[in-house]
Design a binder for this molecule. Sequence first.
Ligand SMILES: [Zn+2]
Length: 216
Amino acid sequence: MNIVMMGAQGTGKGTVAGILKEELNIPHISTGDIFRKNIKEGTELGQIASKYINDGNLVPDEVTNAMVKSRLNESDCDNGFILDGYPRNIEQAEELDRILEENSKKVEYAINLTLEMEEIMSRITNRRICSNSGCKEIYNLVSKPTKVPGICDKCGSEILQREDDSDEVAIKKRLDTYFSQTAPLIEYYNKKGIVHIVESNKAPKDIVEEIKNFIR
Ligand SMILES: [Zn+2]
């Protein structure tokens, strides 16, 4: 089962992919994780990528593509994978098709998690994270509050709002960029007839059930 997961920040994409991975027994591959792993292990691609990142630049497509390719060629991807955060644009989607084609594979499902803009904003601005770097438990003032206000249930540390999550104008800008980038991607996969839209206004495990129903 070769799955591409799409969904804006706040749709719970990472959480859903995490559950789905356990249930389908295939790896959840996020570009963030691939970057971190390559950089940590000091691979050639990792060294190139970290140069861009340290200079405050975006990692070019060809570097990202090469990292994804090497990850997809690992044996745990033989029975499928869940790609999260990749592809980000048509060029990457076409490259992904080429990478898979070399192994007679293809993207079988493009899952698009959707949510009303208002709900996305509410989820992001109400998000709080445990300030203990060894814990980092995520809360939501509305949907997942702490038992004692302001205090992490797990470790007793203070919970904080990430700076990124407090500026509504910046969040809207980030979301606009995301939607303008992904609209052509959705169209690309739509032409292949493999897009499944899932409304993410429900519990992550219900979303996973819905996804499992149509990939069966
Ligand atoms: Zn904590």
